[in-house]
Write a protein that binds this ligand. Structure first.
Ligand code: NGS
Length: 336
C-alpha cells in the first residue's frame, strides 16, 4: 500500500517550531552572524604579501660604504635562505636563558657580525628599544645572534635603553638609535621589539624597496595579522625612507599608538607597507605585562596628522646619552 505524506505530523512539527520563544531565534541568528564575522576576519590570516619567488627582486641591496669599498670575496648567497622551510614551533623557543644552551659569541663584536667567507650584500642596523626586561634580553640577544649569523648579512644590534623614570617613550628611543645608525651609515634600519623572536629561517632580516613589516604572524594573535596597517613589533625601513617620514613621533608616552602613527607617516609619504608571506613571518612573543596605556594616543595621532608629522627624528631632544660597546650589542643609554 502506498504511503502518503502525513500532513498531520507536519502541522504538529510546525506548531512546535512556532512555540520556540523568539529570543532563541535571536540568539541563533546572532551566533550565525558572529561565526560569519569570525571567518571573514580570518582573511587577514592570508594577508597580501610579496610571493616567495619575487622576494629577490623586492629586497633592497645596500651595505655600509666601508664594506662596498673592499670587495675581495664572492657575493654571499641568499636564495637558499629565502627558500628554506626550516621553522621552529612556539613550544621549541627558549623560555629562559638556561634553554639557550652553550651560546658562543664567535664572530661578534660590539653586537656586530660580518660573514667571513663571502661578501655580504646587506648591512642592517637592528635597533632594539629597552627598559627593565632583563629576562627577555637574556634570551633575545643570544637567540637573535644564533638566528642572524646564519643569514649571510652584515648586521649590528643597537640596544637603546631608557635610563630615567619618566614614562616609556619608544618612538623617541627609536629616533635616538636611528641617529647613531645613520651616523654609522647603515642603509637599512630594523626596528625590533625585545619580546619577539622570529621562527622561520627564511625570514631574511633585510629591508625591501618599500617599508617592510616583519612580524605579521605572531603566536599571541593566533598567527593572524590583527589589522592591515599594523607596523608594530618588527619593522624594516630603508634609512632614507626613515629620514623622509621624519622617524617616529616623540609625543607618545606609555603604551600604544606610536606604531599606528608611523603607518600614517609611511602612507602619507606615498610609501607602501610590504610583507613576506605568512609562513615566513611567524614570531613568538615572550609574555609580559605592558606599560600603562596612553589614553591620549588617538588624539595625538589625529593632531600629528593635521600638523604634518613635523615632530620626529628632526626634533628629538634628550637630557643625556652614553654609548658602550658590549660584546652582544652596542648599548645606548639615554635619559629623556
Ligand atoms: C593597537 C595599538 C598599537 C599596538 C597594537 C598591538 O591597538 O599601538 O594594538 O599591540 N594602537 C593603538 O592603541 C592606537 S600589542 O598587543 O602587540 O601590544 O601595537
Amino acid at each position: 500500500m502506498p504511503r502518503y505524506f502525513d500532513c498531520k505530523k507536519l502541522n504538529k512539527k510546525l506548531h512546535l517550531l512556532f512555540q520556540v520563544p523568539i529570543s532563541k531565534y535571536a540568539v541563533t541568528l546572532l551566533s550565525i552572524i558572529a561565526i560569519h564575522r569570525l571567518f571573514t576576519s580570518c582573511n587577514v590570516y592570508n594577508y597580501p604579501s610579496v610571493p616567495r619567488e619575487q622576494l629577490t627582486d623586492a629586497i633592497y641591496t645596500a651595505t655600509v660604504p666601508q664594506l662596498a669599498e673592499k670587495r675581495t670575496k664572492p657575493d654571499c648567497p641568499y636564495d637558499h635562505i629565502l627558500q628554506s622551510k626550516e621553522k621552529l614551533q612556539t613550544w621549541e623557543v627558549p623560555k629562559s636563558s638556561k634553554d639557550i644552551g652553550n651560546f658562543s659569541a664567535w664572530g661578534i663584536k660590539d653586537g656586530s657580525y660580518t660573514p667571513e667567507h663571502c661578501q655580504p650584500l646587506f648591512s642592517v642596523a637592528i635597533l632594539v628599544t629597552y627598559r627593565n626586561r632583563q629576562r627577555h634580553l637574556d634570551i633575545f640577544l643570544p637567540y637573535m645572534h644564533n638566528f642572524l649569523r646564519k643569514q649571510n648579512i652584515h648586521y649590528k644590534i643597537f640596544l637603546v635603553e631608557q635610563l630615567d623614570n619618566k614614562p616609556w617613550n619608544k618612538g623617541m628611543l627609536y629616533n635616538i638609535g636611528a641617529q647613531r645608525a645613520l651616523a654609522e651609515r647603515f642603509p637599512c634600519l630594523l626596528l625590533h621589539d625585545v619580546d619577539l623572536l622570529p621562527l622561520a629561517a627564511s625570514n631574511l632580516y633585510v629591508c625591501m624597496d618599500q617599508p617592510r613589516h616583519l612580524s605579521a604572524s605572531i603566536d599571541k594573535f593566533r598567527f593572524v595579522l590583527i589589522y592591515d596597517y599594523l607596523v608594530g613589533g618588527v619593522l624594516a625601513m630603508r634609512a632614507d625612507h626613515y629620514v623622509r617620514v621624519n622617524g617616529f613621533s616623540n609625543n607618545f608616552y606609555n603604551w600604544g599608538g606610536e606604531d599606528d602613527e608611523m603607518a600614517d607617516r609611511i602612507l602619507s609619504n606615498n610609501l607602501k607597507i610590504l610583507r613576506f608571506p605568512r609562513e615566513m613571518s611567524e614570531y613568538s612573543m615572550m609574555t609580559h605585562t605592558h606599560e600603562p596605556v596612553n589614553r591620549a594616543r588617538e588624539t595625538i595621532i589625529k593632531e600629528n596628522k593635521i600638523q604634518g608629522h613635523k615632530d620626529g627624528l628632526s626634533s628629538v631632544r634628550y637630557e643625556s646619552l652614553q654609548v658602550k660597546a658590549q660584546r652582544l650589542c652596542t648599548w645606548i643609554g639615554v635619559k629623556l
